[in-house]
Design a protein around this ligand. Structure first.
Ligand code: GDP
Ligand code: ZN
Length: 284
């Protein structure tokens, strides 16, 4: 059997990219497959070409993870797009998104967009934020979808597998998507048919932007409640930098317990106060 990737999923339509010949087919799942599972964008499927345009799906690979909004399987990384300006940087929203995507077992990375808008003072401020997130254990890059600055290195960084662009609306997700994918592909189609795919929860589409590298985007979130997804007591496990410390009590919530190594690290400046405050804001 041949291996394909579901890159287009809307209503009854399944678009399968076949790795062998790099062509896209209409996927038709066999009944036995449908009995076992639904099929989502990001699913790796196995089957055979049955006529020029059709790929019969015989099996679906077990998913390593699954995002719900929009439904995409096997996400290798979520690119959380943010900006220092326009819209104003919201570190609490960023921290909430990072922990939620980590909870979904995807690897979140951070991209600051619109760096063309920054003056020297703001560039310094951006640098400080970038260091906070690098110290916390995240990959961070900065780009301008407007001028193209940083886009090539972002492309290299996202090489291989499935990347999903996430973040508040207006931060430039679709602009980055167009820059990554290039004008040659159907990006124009997205902007003309904006209602399709991007802004519905049912239609999802992944775009190939280089060999074996796919990218898709999500509807913009202007807020996210981490506690909708996870238990309060688990939030601390998704603040990466907290995991480096051992407190006196293994179930320490890093709030008012004695000999809390995390609080000590905040006092010493090893953990950013801003990150710690986001943690408190989420759990209280
Ligand atoms: P989305 O809602 O996250 O998909 O954001 P869009 O891609 O629609 O971009 C929102 C607005 O920001 C649009 O007017 C874009 O032209 C603008 N924009 C996107 N990227 C940049 C950038 O790097 N620099 C500047 N100055 N504007 C940008
Ligand atoms: Zn503690």
């Amino acid at each position: 059997m041949k291996e394909g990737l579901v890159i287009d999923r809307e209503a009854q339509m399944i678009g399968v990219y076949l790795f062998e010949n790099k062509k896209v087919y209409r996927g038709i799942p066999r009944k036995k497959v449908l009995k076992k599972t639904k099929i989502y964008a990001g699913d790796y499927v196995y089957g055979n070409v049955v006529d020029t345009g059709t790929f019969a799906i015989e099996d679906v690979k077990e998913r390593k993870n699954f995002l719900v909004r929009p439904p995409v399987a096997n996400v290798d990384r979520v690119v959380v797009v943010t900006t220092l300006k326009k819209p104003e940087f919201d570190n609490f929203l960023l921290d909430s998104l990072l922990i939620v995507y980590e909870y979904f077992k995807t690897d979140p990375v951070i991209v600051f967009n619109k760096i063309d808008l920054l003056d020297d003072v703001e560039k310094k401020e951006l640098e400080r934020w970038i260091n906070i997130y690098k110290d916390a254990g995240y990959d961070v890059s900065s780009v301008s979808a407007e001028t193209g600055e940083g886009i090539d290195s972002l492309k290299d960084f996202l090489e291989g597998g499935i990347s999903i662009l996430a973040g508040a609306s207006g931060v430039g997700k679709s602009s980055i998507l167009s820059k990554l994918v290039g004008v040659n592909l159907e990006v124009r189609e997205i902007s003309e048919k904006t209602k399709r795919g991007r802004h519905t929860t049912t239609g999802v589409r992944l775009y190939m932007f280089q060999e074996n590298s796919f990218v898709g985007d999500t509807p913009g979130f202007s807020s996210v409640d981490a506690l909708y997804f996870m238990d309060k007591k688990d939030v601390k496990n998704y603040f990466r930098e907290f995991l480096r410390y051992r407190c006196k009590f293994p179930n320490c919530t890093h709030t008012d317990e004695p000999e809390c190594a995390v609080k000590e690290a905040v006092e010493k400046g090893e953990i950013s106060k801003k990150r710690y405050n986001s943690y408190l804001k989420i759990i209280f």
